[in-house]
Design a protein around this ligand. Structure first.
Ligand code: HPA
Ligand code: ZN
Length: 326
């Protein structure tokens, strides 16, 4: 069977990956030592053993604790380079990296420390890793819209280093409508817009991400399958879904990968892509998401080609440059 080899070797773009979720335990301990931060676990193995989650919130709590080791611009640069090296090994030609400034400003860092470190790695990506990388700032939806406005304001001096705005963190109880005004502002400022919707939350959150926030892509979006009218809308308007199968497995959105709906979404004509979400926590980088999911669902080379093509078509790469990739 040559499908796994095809999946690994095909050129692809990654559109849904939180950089703080790429922080491997080894680097976390190294940064903890460098910055004199005490971790709650005695060693790498004990930390990895704690990566068992029943839902999104249990993950977010551990993810948040891990970000405490990030202190300097160099830390953000080093973390991003580590991810880019892994992405290059998976034949990722382009990546759009999520980050959440508010996690770090909440620990006393400045937005500039975060964004400048991340951006320096993205700027080095073509020469160092043979790929392109851009940044998407995600507001934390468990915080208020007022706090999202403050976050946007603090990022504006670094406006040119950010391609888009997204929405992440605890979904249930924090519908997209909560951020209507700040997304409207981001839109006026010319940012590309995305939002997590329909991971644990209902299909109605996908509708409001589209119709209230006016996002161009939906992150996760797997719950769309419960709503035929929404499926029709997504197909008709070619709204991409950035699907993260191993994340959905680890956070128990689906009990097994064999029950994941990626194949059904693709067969329904949805512009679905495959992504790693938080690869250090969810058991695999991009190629691992592809190979495990395709095997579990019995997907074929046509699905492989479609998801790779979708990843470039759904990206925010300039239309004029897109032909370089596909
Ligand atoms: N979902 C929502 N917010 C997140 C995630 C996720 O999987 N990872 C990091 N922030
Ligand atoms: Zn995510």
């Amino acid at each position: 069977d040559r499908l796994p080899e095809l999946l690994r070797r095909m050129p692809k773009a990654e559109l849904h990956m939180h950089i703080e979720g790429s922080l491997e335990p080894e680097l976390m301990f190294a940064l903890a030592a460098r910055n004199s931060v005490q971790l709650a676990y005695p060693n790498v193995q004990a930390l990895r053993d704690a990566y068992v989650f029943n839902n999104l919130q249990e993950f977010l709590d551990i993810y948040h604790a891990g970000t405490m080791v990030l202190k300097t611009e160099q830390d953000f640069y080093d973390m991003t380079c580590a991810y880019l090296a892994r992405a290059q090994a998976d034949n990722v030609l382009h990546t759009e990296i999520f980050f959440d400034t508010q996690t770090h400003t909440g620990h006393g860092l400045s937005a500039a420390t975060v964004i400048n470190g991340l951006h320096r790695a993205c700027a080095d990506a073509p020469a160092k890793f043979g790929m392109t990388a851009s940044l998407i700032l995600c507001f934390l939806r468990h915080l208020s819209e007022e706090e999202a406005f403050a976050c946007l304001e603090e990022a504006l001096p670094m406006r040119d280093k950010i391609v888009g705005i997204g929405l992440a963190s605890s979904e249930l109880g924090h519908p997209p409508e909560k951020f209507a005004k700040v997304f409207a502002r981001a839109r006026e400022l010319g940012f590309r817009l995305v939002a997590h919707a329909g991971e644990e939350g209902p299909a109605s959150y996908i509708w409001s991400a589209l119709d209230v926030l006016k996002v161009e892509r939906i992150d996760h979006g797997v719950q769309a399958f419960t709503d035929p009218a929404l499926m029709q809308r997504l197909v008709q308007d070619k709204i991409p879904l950035t699907v993260c199968p191993l994340s959905n497995l680890k956070l128990r959105v689906y009990p097994t990968l064999a029950q994941h709906n990626l194949g059904k979404l693709l067969d329904a004509g949805i512009v679905a892509t495959v992504n790693s979400d938080d690869p250090a926590y969810f058991g695999g980088y991009l190629n691992e998401n592809f190979t495990q999911t395709f095997a579990a669902l019995g997907l074929n080379s046509q699905h492989a080609y479609q998801t790779a093509l979708n990843s470039f078509n759904a990206s925010f790469i300039d239309a004029s440059l897109r032909q370089k990739y596909v």
